[in-house]
Design a protein around this ligand. Sequence first.
Ligand code: IMP
Ligand code: MG
Length: 175
Amino acid sequence: MQVVVSRDQIAKRVEELGSAITRDYKGKELVIVGILRGACIFLADLIRAIDLPVTLDFMEVASYQGVKSSGSIRILKDITTEVEGKDLLIVEDIVDTGLTLAFVIEYLGGRQPRSMKVCALALKSGTPMPTPSPIHYLGFRVPDGFLVGYGLDLDQKYRNLRDLCILCEEKELKR
Ligand code: IMP
Ligand code: MG
């Protein structure tokens, strides 16, 4: 296991993202929806870097089994906040195929928020992104392969690592 993004780099970037979000949403009522479970650590740090009143809610979706996306996405937990007419910020941990994000954007878009943006901690380098990109605030471009730590798991393990790490051998498995 190798460190890809250190805890110090993460802390610095989270402050920058929080400042940008604070600036962009000044005077607005921001509803933040974290995608469980991977985004929980990032979200906890990010909201403390945002100097605005925020409402917090969560969605839980599942698509991954081990190191592979199953391709089909299920909602395990829905938001309970009324988001119609509100400014919504989706917080995701990592974007790989983009399927999860596309699903969540489509689903929450149906709730008629006034605006909807995405903040993701990481985007894999090989992921082709449409233009304009659905990710408005991005922490890091990371190498392809399977990452763990800072909230990201492999079958529920490693979420509590402080750094973002790559499991080299899983990279090969993924092909
Ligand atoms: P996507 O739908 O392929 O973009 O995958 C997104 C979801 O799968 C994220 O919300 C993550 O929870 C999970 N995921 C994707 N890649 C990784 C990884 O490298 N490590 C841990 N989780 C991942
Ligand atoms: Mg996730």
